[in-house]
Design a binder for this molecule. Structure first.
Ligand SMILES: CC(C)(COP(=O)(O)OP(=O)(O)OC[C@H]1O[C@@H](n2cnc3c(N)ncnc32)[C@H](O)[C@@H]1OP(=O)(O)O)[C@@H](O)C(=O)NCCC(=O)NCCS
Length: 141
């Protein structure tokens, strides 16, 4: 990476840029409201969104949190014009530090079954496929 990113917690002023980043990187999904997701992650101290700022612009993100047992990350995204330059690694390292600082010792994440490229990225960073299935149910409207 040519420019060292400033990795910090999201502020209100970053929200539009983060949503735009998620759309550009393909992590925004029609069934998730990104504004609601950001607000929900920021509502309490056990989760947040970290951003990488380069020359005043939001270049990457990770949503990180802990559920009382494990750490989780979502919305791992780098600006498509800057992918391959170390931002993804930097965001995962920042998420790991955030969790370790709170006493969390295992981090897990979900990758769609057909997303082999992203699986290889996480494997390269030392993550192992647990071969588990994710079960999900909507429990409130
Ligand atoms: C996945 C993503 C966040 C990775 O960010 P990135 O900035 O492109 O990745 P980096 O440049 O930091 O790569 C980190 C390391 O992983 C390696 N890597 C990246 N993709 C890889 C792949 N498909 N296979 C093998 N290694 C890979 C890089 O070579 C690099 O290695 P090094 O640090 O040892 O030199 C980014 O590509 C992205 O935003 N993709 C679209 C959104 C997405 O799919 N997010 C994940 C949702 S689960």
């Amino acid at each position: 990476m040519n420019l060292t990113p400033l990795i910090r917690e999201i502020t209100d002023a970053d929200i539009d840029a983060v949503v735009a980043l998620w759309h550009a990187a393909g992590v925004a999904k029609p069934w998730n409201d990104p504004l609601r997701d950001i607000a929900f992650a920021r509502r309490e101290a056990h989760s947040t969104v970290l951003v990488a700022e380069i020359e005043g612009r939001v270049a990457a993100s990770v949503m990180v949190g802990e559920d009382g047992h494990r750490g989780w990350v979502y919305y791992v995204a780098a600006d498509p014009t800057m992918q391959g330059g170390g931002l993804g690694r930097a965001m995962m390292a920042a998420a790991e530090s955030w969790l370790v600082g709170r006493g969390v010792w295992k981090l897990q994440l979900l990758v769609r079954g057909d997303n082999d490229k992203v699986k290889r990225f996480y494997e390269h960073l030392g993550y192992a496929d647990t071969k588990s299935s994710c079960f999900q149910k909507v429990i409130a409207p």
